[in-house]
Design a protein around this ligand. Structure first.
Ligand code: 5AD
Ligand code: SF4
Length: 441
């Protein structure tokens, strides 16, 4: 029988890269990917547990596969990623009796063996052990799959920061940096295959190299990636404000390929909440960093993450977040209601703010930010910017899409031979999540 798999991926870039590896590992044992779970002999979910909503969503999707298993008992269903790491096999097998396979965030490389074991022995399999540093260094995920114009390159994994609300250090393990020669070799290889933009990814890229003796710093790594021929643009994510060095700020003034966009999660505008979050910076320190970034690169645009309703957040704390949004004028924010995560410090804090108050604050914040966001992208109309063309647009025939340095999608009429090129596009209209433009000949 033809072996086919259906893969669903939730969560951040780390999971996207892990899923790319899953695809190539399964290809290695004769599985081909299908887009319809009904056609699959193996269904895998790569999950996220950052907030309760993500977990419920994953469980909801898993539930949809139950009838397929009832119809076809030989179907193999597996769950991996952060939920698997957090919950472990025993509890997941208990709750979802139709589940065959559970694999953690450090065990993706073992998937071929685990799948084959389930196939042959028809037993349930679990592997959720964290690996030692030595082994992890050897197993750093590198790119697999189809080349596109823009790709992620993993530079580090894990997190040692233990922000009090966050589950990541528990489900991804300790921080580890990938050897810089390996990263550079991968970027060179990607460039040779036609990739034009790389996004260096890790939970906290700014602390790259600090735990490995003799390793170069993140600004130095960026400088070397900038020198790779063929690469036209560099991005990186995610940055922890406390670990942004003056050298890294300087990169925004000196590295020609570094995009003028920085995602700089602030989480709250109130220093006392930041302290309770264990973020390691105050409102003032964060704002100083923003000032330095803008002094170095006047047209840099910032985006951020905000948590609303952290335990103990008063109206005054929330007002501080609102005033920070007005002061910084982010191009975009990603906002979340606080979600207590099992095992984290903040889950133990008393939380007396009623849910209705939290959601009212959340709505007020969205309203304020929507207007700021609208103004910022609207001001681009009439301007001409370089756009890196990525492919055919979803909006229609003859339309291509690419991105400006600020990572905004621009749709415009053009031909396919522009893919991979930096072209000048005049912005003619700003929508909520994208812009429209005309190619400047
Ligand atoms: N509750 C709400 N938001 C959270 N985030 C992380 N943990 C939680 C939590 N427990 C948000 C932070 C982080 C983003 C990826 O998710 O804002 O930057
Ligand atoms: Fe979570 Fe904080 Fe680490 Fe980011 S830096 S992954 S928020 S613990």
């Amino acid at each position: 029988m033809n072996k086919t798999f259906y893969l669903e991926t939730f969560g951040c870039q780390m999971n996207v890269v892990d899923s790319e590896r899953i695809v190539s590992l399964l290809d290695g044992i004769g599985y081909s990917q299908v887009e319809d779970p009904k056609q699959a002999t193996l269904i895998l979910m790569n999950t996220c547990s950052i907030r309760d909503k993500a977990v419920r969503k994953a469980y909801g999707h898993l539930g949809r596969f139950k009838p397929l298993k009832e119809k076809n008992p030989s179907l193999i269903i597996g769950l991996g990623g952060c939920i698997a790491q957090q919950e472990g096999g025993e509890s997941l097998f208990d709750t979802f009796p139709y589940l065959d396979l559970v694999f953690g965030t450090h065990n993706v490389h073992r998937l071929p063996e685990l799948v084959q074991k389930v196939e042959q022995d028809r037993v349930r399999c679990e592997e959720t052990e964290f690996l030692d540093m030595e082994t992890r260094l050897r197993l750093f995920p590198s790119r697999t799959g189809d080349e596109t114009v823009s790709r992620f390159v993993t530079v580090m994994q894990g997190c040692d920061n233990f922000c009090s609300y966050c589950v990541v250090p528990y489900v991804r393990g300790r921080e580890i940096s990938r050897p810089s020669q390996e990263i550079l070799a991968e970027v060179e290889d990607l460039a040779a295959q036609g990739v034009r933009e790389v996004t260096l990814i890790g939970q906290n890229v700014n602390s790259y190299g600090t735990q490995q003796s003799g390793e170069i710093s993140f600004p130095e790594l960026l400088t070397r990636v900038d020198a790779v021929e063929g690469i036209k643009r560099i991005r990186f994510t995610t940055s922890h404000p406390k670990d942004i060095s003056p050298e890294l700020v300087a990169c925004f003034g000196t590295l020609p390929k570094l995009c003028k966009h920085l995602h700089l999660p602030v989480q709250s505008g109130s220093s006392s909440i930041l302290q309770a979050m264990n973020r390691g910076y105050s409102r003032e320190q964060y704002l100083k960093l923003v000032t330095q970034l803008r002094a170095t690169c006047p047209d840099i645009r910032l985006t951020t993450d905000i948590i609303v309703g952290f335990p103990g957040e008063t109206e005054e704390d929330f007002a501080a977040t609102m005033s920070l949004l007005e002061q910084v004028r982010y191009a975009e924010i990603y906002s979340f209601l606080f979600s207590p995560r099992q095992g984290t410090g903040a889950a133990k804090l008393v939380d007396e703010t009623p849910a209705t108050v939290k959601s009212e604050r959340f709505d007020r914040m969205l309203k304020l930010q929507d207007e700021i966001t609208r103004q910022i992208w609207q001001a681009d109309v009439g301007q001409t910017y370089p756009v890196l063309v990525e492919g055919e647009s979803k909006v229609g025939e003859g339309q291509m899409f690419g991105r400006t340095t600020w990572n905004r999608i621009v749709n415009f009429s053009g031909s396919e031979d522009l893919v991979g090129q930096l072209v000048d596009v005049q912005i003619t209209k700003a929508h909520r999540n994208s812009q429209l433009g005309e190619l400047v000949k």
